[in-house]
Design a protein around this ligand. Sequence first.
Ligand code: PSV
Ligand code: MN
Length: 388
Amino acid sequence: MTDMSLALDRLGELAIEVPSWAYGNSGTRFKVFSTPGTPRTVQEKIADAAKVHELTGLAPAVALHIPWDRVENYAELKAYAADLGVGLGTINSNTFQDDVYKFGSLTSSDPAVRQKAIDHHFECLDVMDQTGSRDLKIWLADGTNYPGQGDMRSRQDWLAESLQSIYARLGEDQRLVLEYKFFEPAFYHTDVPDWGTSFAHTLALGEKAFVCLDTGHHAPGTNIEFIVAQLLRLGKLGSFDFNSRFYADDDLIVGAADPYQLFRIMYEVIRGGGFGKDSGVALMLDQCHNLEEKIPGQIRSVLNVQEMTARALLVDREALGEAQRAGDVLAANGIFSDAFYTDVRPVLAQWRESRGLPADPMAAYAASGYQKKINEDRVGGTQAGWGA
Ligand code: PSV
Ligand code: MN
């Protein structure tokens, strides 16, 4: 196995972007439960995210969602976040909660609706100019429910045109990442259902357009790490939305449902040059905490990514390559699994302490009194949520 200290050296490069919406209330179409202490404003969401970073050292940026996080002055918001020790990250657009988008947004057959959706992305780019964010993330709810309902082919052409208008407005250092999802809310066809469709569009757009891979957006049994390897090979993997799924787009805590899958994904990220500050791959969470407490839910999430990254860094790639070339199936699989089965938790606790962080961030949060304080302070107003 790779020497533990070498693996830990690289672990310092791990940075995970947390989503502002993880701190608000969320739920299913059956019920959204509210919880005490839930933020009422984007500032309170950022304060909670900053707590996660303070205790883990892993989450230096917060992704925002427009219009959920709309404010008058984004430069001020950036300064507020900086004071708390975090930056503002990816800007997520939203063309799925307006009546006008009922039959599509960037893919609508109505040019006026397409233009409205394009204009919304221009607003997001204006926000990015002020926050200094690099990435504009586009996820579309567009699709149809019945065969014959829409002209799938024309919708692809309209999508390409709409994306082109948005892409043309990107600043020098800005990027567009296009997320795919195989179903929901549309059930018959989705306009960006898979990595291939996202790849085709981002390839046509140019070198500032990339694919966003949400780990929850695949059919059961999909080999996600293969997609990671392929997109890195093609230079088109821009970002991850990490979460876990059992059935659909469950948005559960990353690494909770299948830690081995997260390990395999992180292995391919490292193997393919997608790990580290300058890799161009943003590691984001896209999660909702419907039942559990949100801040510890986020702490657990970033720790899960850290743990599986540490294990993936332990894979002895040289020995693995030799076994692969020798056709030694069991040896190769053994080398791979040895790293996965290594319990890195005690070493990570020491590693955190050596960097002035709490050995056990979950326990440190529980002991911090922060939850009690926000439960008491955040009374009145309207709790944030995405309003399912
Ligand atoms: C909906 O599936 C979704 O979870 C997408 O993954 C987006 O990234 C996210 O919402 C926020 O818009
Ligand atoms: Mn997502």
